[in-house]
Write a protein that binds this ligand. Sequence first.
Ligand code: SF4
Length: 329
Amino acid sequence: MTEVLLEIKDLGIQFKTGEGVVQPIRGVNFSLKKGETLGVVGESGSGKSVTSLAIMGLLPEKKSKIVSGSIHFNNQDVTHLKDRQFRKLRGNEISMIFQEPMTSLNPVFTIGEQLSEPLKQHKKMAKKDRKEAIINILKQVGIPRAEQIINEYPHQLSGGMRQRVMISLALLCDPKLLICDEPTTALDVTIQAQILELMKQIKSEKDMSLLFITHDLGVVAEMCDRVVVMYAGEIVESAEINELFDNPLHPYTKGLIDSLPTNNTRKSRLFSIKGQVPRPDEIGKGCAFANRCPYAFDKCIASAPPTFSTGEHLSKCWLQEPERQVKIQ
Ligand code: SF4
């Protein structure tokens, strides 16, 4: 049996806001096996980025609190790890690639200086070895002129090249887990395809698990073995990738699939799910998707559905309770 690298159980996170305390993450459960690529998909406001920040130990300390559940990484409970202890894991065993490299790369340091830091901190490498390791990793991610690029600043590179630098930064210390938060959203379509191809290639070469966070089910289809769908701070569906596309069990997932462009829809208007993800303070006692759901019925308004399972395929929707089992068309 494949070993589990990351396990999240019943995770609940609260935030303090000007209007009071809200809970954007409500009982999230999922696991990631060693060597697996798991997609976490949902619209903005679904809670996927907050979940990834919790895994990285990067939740704002004064404003947020983990109020339930646990996060285990590589058999270690990291739920309430102090920042000092987390720093040993971050950039070393767990790395993250963000959407916009300019927010993560420091504009006043050269590429070489920025890539040097994790090797100094985590690997205690000598200066000469660091330079060699940096040039190697830049070449691995397809950066031409690696020997010159190390002396350049982020603003001197194109968006695609900056994202490749970010990927090399994340891979420097051979992490066990790489979290990619919308890594290609800010890039144009051609560069996006190149970066996804590069990530697939790196994934096959290194013994690493990938957590792919995106609003784009098309990217998930390209990259992932399994997917969890998040809505309003909960997991509403999870399944193996082909099963999810062939047989979605939650109306929200079906809406996301129908929103994907196909050759036939190129000229016509794309389907989109009406309305928006509710804010945490707007969620009532029923299903959080009820006001956008074409299948909603009385029970959905009265109480929130539990998670129903059909083998490994999980769905949080009353349509899947055993006596109902409605097929989503
Ligand atoms: Fe729609 Fe009801 Fe299922 Fe919620 S529980 S997704 S409202 S059918």
